[in-house]
Design a protein around this ligand. Structure first.
Ligand code: NAD
Length: 349
């Protein structure tokens, strides 16, 4: 099928693009190329006859409609977003513009295009919104999110994603647009922009700098390898029930400090330094409104669509460290553009 993928130059979007092209789909990658985008992430498919790129802002209605008219996709996978919690504290309005308004603009363009399709193509059409488990807020020591968990976002990022989720569901219920939604746990793997925890730890360690851990590091996250996520997304797009939400998670919860220590142990093996990497860990001020724990019950996706994660967290983290060690050119390019994994998102008094 021909899939319009937004945010396909980012971390998860590029994994979906690479996987979709490898699976034989045609892909149109719509991306505004913000700071976190990198066309090197899709260089391996850029010359494929099944790949096209559109440098378009998802909130630009005329440009987005033009993409639908030119490419006539069978489905949309919407991943283009502002994605980093710390930046949402610095500049929340860009999150509202891209994640809420941008999603509404994309929905309207998709609706106009879908209404013009003949019956069979209209029935096959899908709009898949890719979202986060953070829309459900924070858990205590027990329990896990499931599809019925009430929305309770705590941060400007998660609130903007919750707003987008609600818009997508409303376009489905009100206009009959054939939508599916997924909410996923924290992703890790190659090509992740070095502002999120895992690439920040790896790169700062490789550069001999301190390794920042927010607060006491006891926050718990559910981690999923990005390639397992990409596979789940393509499965939900093709086989998910209309109007349904599926939670996606790796059943791999760990405290942040445990993840950091695991990464340091891998770094000691793959890039030994004059001191053990864990000795560079520095506990720093916590993120304002930092959610304590996320955990995903992905049993609906596993039961209905037969999906299961394929990578154990320990192996996946080790492979991720190896990827950053072996792909210095990729991240040095980001450093050269002035991004040094510096601290963002402390609320000023
Ligand atoms: P990312 O920051 O690496 O990539 C985002 C991409 O969206 C970039 O290529 C960027 O250029 C593009 N983009 C931003 N604003 C745009 C705009 N106005 N118009 C068009 N394109 C725009 O983010 P990611 O980590 O790959 O996340 C992708 C999606 O998955 C997001 O919707 C995010 O909310 C969701 N998600 C992420 C995680 C995670 O752990 N990273 C977990 C669950 C869900």
């Amino acid at each position: 099928m021909k899939i319009l993928i937004t945010g396909g130059a980012g971390f998860i979007g590029s994994a979906v693009v690479r996987r979709a092209v490898a699976d034989g789909h045609e892909v149109v990658n719509l991306d505004a190329l913000t700071y976190s985008a990198n066309l090197e992430n899709v260089a391996g498919v850029a010359n494929s006859p099944r790949y096209a790129f559109e440098h378009v802002d998802v909130a630009d209605a005329a440009a987005v409609s033009g993409v639908f008219a030119r490419h006539r996709p069978d489905a949309v996978m919407h991943l283009g977003a502002e994605s980093h919690n710390d930046r949402a504290i610095e500049d929340p309005l860009i999150f509202v513009r891209t994640n809420v308004l941008g999603t509404a603009v994309l929905l309207e363009a998709a609706r106009a295009y879908w209404r013009g399709l003949e019956d069979a193509a209209g029935e096959r059409f899908r709009f898949h919104h890719v979202s986060t488990d953070e829309v459900f807020g924070a858990l205590g020591e027990e329990g896990a999110f499931c599809e019925d968990t009430p929305y309770d976002p705590n941060s400007p990022y998660s609130a903007s994603k919750a707003g987008a989720d609600h818009l997508v569901r409303a376009w489905g219920r009100t206009f009959g647009l054939p939508v599916v939604l997924t909410n996923c746990a924290n992703n890790y793997g190659p090509y992740q922009f070095p502002e999120k925890l895992i690439p920040t730890v790896i790169l700062r360690a490789l550069e001999g700098k301190s390794i920042p851990v927010y607060g006491d590091g006891r926050q718990v996250r559910d981690w999923l390898h990005v390639d397992d996520h990409a596979e789940a997304l393509l499965l939900v797009l093709q086989k998910g029930r209309l109007g349904e939400t599926y939670l996606v998670g790796g059943d791999s919860t760990q405290r942040n400090i445990e993840v950091v220590r695991t990464l340091c142990a891998s770094l000691d093996r793959l890039a030994p330094a004059n001191i053990g990497h864990a000795e560079r860990i520095a506990f720093v001020a916590d993120r304002p409104g930092h959610d304590f724990r996320y955990s995903i019950d992905a049993s609906k996706l596993m039961r209905e669509l037969g999906w299961a994660p394929t990578r154990a967290l320990g192996d996946g983290l080790h492979d991720t460290v190896r990827w950053y060690v072996e792909n210095r050119d990729w991240w040095q390019g980001i450093r050269d553009r002035g991004f040094h994994s510096e601290r963002l998102g402390l609320v000023k008094a």
